[in-house]
Design a protein around this ligand. Structure first.
Ligand SMILES: Cc1cc2nc3c(=O)[nH]c(=O)nc-3n(C[C@H](O)[C@H](O)[C@H](O)COP(=O)(O)OP(=O)(O)OC[C@H]3O[C@@H](n4cnc5c(N)ncnc54)[C@H](O)[C@@H]3O)c2cc1C
Length: 408
């Protein structure tokens, strides 16, 4: 995603880390400060060395994770999510089989740190708790480290700008079915309903033939299914459940007294919650997507976002905001319910020359993961098409290590 933003000349907007609080439903377990020395002292006082060690733990995970870029630059691709993770580093396969809680406990982290800081991170990023598997847990922890950024103007500008750059022919439409045509010039017939405004008036199903198909939307319970016709084996949505998340944006004033603050001085810009049965997953002050000071910001008024696992009632919104000028809600079937059923993960290959990217979300759902999954599928289809079988499901060996071995 960093490279895409550079190639496309899009500006990165660094996020102000602000004040962080962790709330247990009754009181704040910790509130950081706008002075970094005070923040460090407070975090150290509550979590001891865990707060320092987690930085190097995340850095170590990130370095292992980054191996995928070298592997993909060398043209290697994998047919399963587990093989791809194994190629990054075998420890990631182990992380998929344990909860993030047990991974961190085994690495010496305290219950207090896991139950508050780690649980808070899992709840805001995935709406679940520290029982989710260790790989997605590690990705989630990387997501609460300082230094986050987004694309100025919105992250959607990356795919939007990649379309003209890659010179593809985009047909906006909902794919309804894919038919296998074994003996035709193209392998597949795709049936779709155009959805672009120009075509919507006379929207009737259209068809087109393709040699290679890549499916890049979740094929899981709860999503509308594409019909796969005339395939020798049945292809249908995968059984894994997706987690529903409701993002409620409120232009107004957060209810500081609910969290035990007398006024809004020192009120956190991010509040994580650390009890599994709490309705509120997290609160975050929302920044302008262009990085400008909020236009409507008058006095204490700002735009705040809360994440919950079901839509809040008006009374529930009133618990978290004492004034509301405008309320918007987005209901997402957001990311998988993470468990350890790793033996039945969706494959990257659904049929010869027909690929599926989103199985990678079972390892972790994040933009970078989707991009890595997409590049894996691009390499996989290329390797299949040109018969580069030595670059499929093979462990990547660094050429410098190879020559060392030869000398030995
Ligand atoms: C609330 C929330 C917060 C998140 N925050 C972050 C974050 O901070 N950082 C991060 O890295 N990730 C975050 N994510 C995850 C990130 O959004 C996903 O990883 C990413 O969007 C997945 O990209 P995708 O292209 O695989 O799927 P999607 O973005 O879901 O795109 C799939 C597309 O396929 C289209 N489609 C579906 N069916 C059909 C069909 N039959 N025919 C044609 N088109 C179809 C859909 O309309 C959609 O446009 C967040 C997700 C949610 C829900």
């Amino acid at each position: 995603m960093v490279n895409f933003s550079k190639i496309l000349g899009l500006e990165q907007l660094k996020h102000d880390d602000g004040i962080l609080g962790i709330f247990d439903g009754d009181e704040m377990r910790i509130t950081t400060s706008s002075y970094s020395a005070v923040t460090l002292a407070k975090l150290f006082w509550r979590y001891g060395l865990d707060i320092y060690n987690i930085r190097s733990w995340v850095k170590d995970v990130t370095e292992k994770f980054s191996r995928i870029y070298t592997i993909q630059d060398a043209g290697f691709a994998y047919t399963s999510v587990m093989d791809l993770l194994q190629a990054m580093d075998p420890v990631f396969v182990k992380y998929m089989k344990k909860s993030i809680k047990s991974v961190l406990k085994a690495d010496g982290y305290s219950d207090r740190f896991i139950d508050e800081f780690v649980t808070g991170a899992m709840r805001t990023n995935y709406g679940q708790n520290a029982d989710i598997h260790g790989f997605v847990g590690a990705v989630s922890l990387a997501g609460v480290e300082p230094g986050l950024w987004s694309v100025k103007g919105g992250n959607y500008r990356i795919p939007e700008n990649l379309i003209p750059l890659s010179k593809i022919n985009l047909i906006q439409g909902d794919v309804k079915s894919i038919t296998l045509l074994e003996y035709q010039e193209s392998n597949y017939e795709l049936r779709y309903l155009p959805t672009s405004p120009k075509l919507a008036n006379n929207a009737e199903i259209q068809t087109k033939g393709y040699d290679v198909i890549v499916i890049a939307n979740p094929m899981h319970d709860g999503f509308p299914d594409i019909k796969f016709e005339d395939f020798p084996n049945e292809i249908k949505n995968f059984p894994q459940k997706f987690h529903r998340i409701i993002a409620t944006f409120v232009d107004g004033v957060p209810n500081n007294t609910h969290y035990g603050f007398e006024n809004l001085d020192g009120f956190p810009s991010t509040i994580l919650t650390c009890k599994n049965d709490l309705f509120l997953n997290s609160y975050g002050k929302h920044n302008d997507v262009l990085g400008n000071p909020a236009e409507k910001s008058v006095g204490d008024r700002s735009v705040g976002k809360i994440f919950t696992n079901r839509p809040p009632t008006e009374q529930e919104v009133n618990i978290y905001f004492k004034k509301k000028e405008d309320v918007r809600m987005v209901n997402w079937l957001a990311y998988p319910e993470y468990d350890f059923d790793i033996d039945n993960l969706p494959p990257f290959v659904l049929h010869d020359n027909m690929y599926y990217i989103n199985g990678i979300e079972m390892a972790a759902s994040a933009m970078e993961m989707s991009v890595i999954g997409a590049r894996n599928v691009a390499l996989l289809s290329y390797n299949h098409w040109y018969g580069h079988l030595d670059k499929i499901d093979e462990p990547y060996v660094d050429p410098s290590q190879k020559s060392d071995k030869a000398e030995l």
